[in-house]
Design a protein around this ligand. Sequence first.
Ligand SMILES: [Zn+2]
Length: 78
Amino acid sequence: MASTPSTETAPNGRPLEHTAPPGHSLIAHQIHGWCAACPDVELWEELHAWRQRERATVVDGPFTDRAPVPSREVAAHG
Ligand SMILES: [Zn+2]
């Protein structure tokens, strides 16, 4: 008897998966339903998804992930 497909979905609407294809990120598939190794997904898209997920957990977190001023290391090198 075939198992019933999960109806759980990630915030982006993709179905969550409890497994991942060989070579793919298991945790990304479990959390987002996809990973950077999936076809038509760029590495930056997975990075952005993780950042958005973590930022959502920060109470009164900044709207943007960008640092407001350059770090001292960058400023020292002009
Ligand atoms: Zn994948």
